[in-house]
Design a protein around this ligand. Sequence first.
Ligand code: ATP
Ligand code: MG
Length: 214
Amino acid sequence: MQPKCIAIASAKGGTGKSTLAANLAVQAVKDRAQVSFLDWEPQGSLTLWWTLRGKPDNPMLERDIDDPVETVDQLKQDGVDWVFIDTPPDGVDELERAIEAADLVLIPVRAGLFDAHAVELTVTLCKDRRVPFVFVLNAVNPKRGALNASAIRHLEKKGKVLSAQINDRASYVTALNKGLSAAEHPDGKQAKPAKAELDALWKAVKLAVKRGRS
Ligand SMILES: Nc1ncnc2c1ncn2[C@@H]1O[C@H](COP(=O)(O)OP(=O)(O)OP(=O)(O)O)[C@@H](O)[C@H]1O
Ligand SMILES: [Mg+2]
C-alpha cells in the first residue's frame, strides 16, 4: 500500500477534528498499519490523548513540527502507512500547509447554518491545492432529521458528503478522556454503536482516498 495522509480540517472550532483524528488513527492501527499523527493544533489535544493512552509507538505522535509537508514526506519515506494531521480552527497558513501535505482532507461538520457556511475557506484551499476533500457530519442528533437533511443538501452543493455519519454520543467524550477510542470504550454497550459507525467511517474514508488517487 502507498502511504497516505489524511488531514482533518475545518476553519471552525469544535467540529470534532481532534475527536475524529484520534478515533480514526485507532481504526487504522486495527488494520495492522503503522500510523503516525501530527498534532498541528496549538491546544495539543492529540498530545494529551496520546499521553493518556500511554505514549504508544502505534499510533505514534509527531510533535514539534515546523512544517507538515516536510514531516509527512519524511514519515512516508520511513515506511509509515497512514498519517493523520489534526489541524487548528484558525490560522490560514497552518491550514494551507496541512492541506498541502494531505492526500485527502476530511472536513467534519455539525448540522447547522453557521457550520455549513464555515466550510467555505477549507473547501477553497482544497480546490486551490487540488487536494480531494469529503465532508462528514459529526455529532449528529438522529432525531433532528430535517436539520440533518438540510445540512447535507447544503454541503452536497460544495462536495461529497460521506453517507457514514458520527452521532452525538457521550462515548466520544468519555473514551477520549481515558486515551481510548469510542470503539474501545470499557462499557460494551457504549462501545458497540460507536464501533459500528467508526468502522463505516473508516471504510468510507479509505474508499475516498482510493478514489482521490485515480
Ligand atoms: N460525535 C461526538 N459526540 C459527542 N461529543 C463530541 C463528538 N465529537 C466531538 N465531541 C465533543 O465536542 C467538543 C469539540 O470536539 P473536538 O475538540 O474534537 O473539536 P475540534 O474541531 O478539534 O475543536 P478545535 O477547533 O477547538 O480544535 C469536545 O468536547 C468533544 O468531546
Ligand atoms: Mg481540535
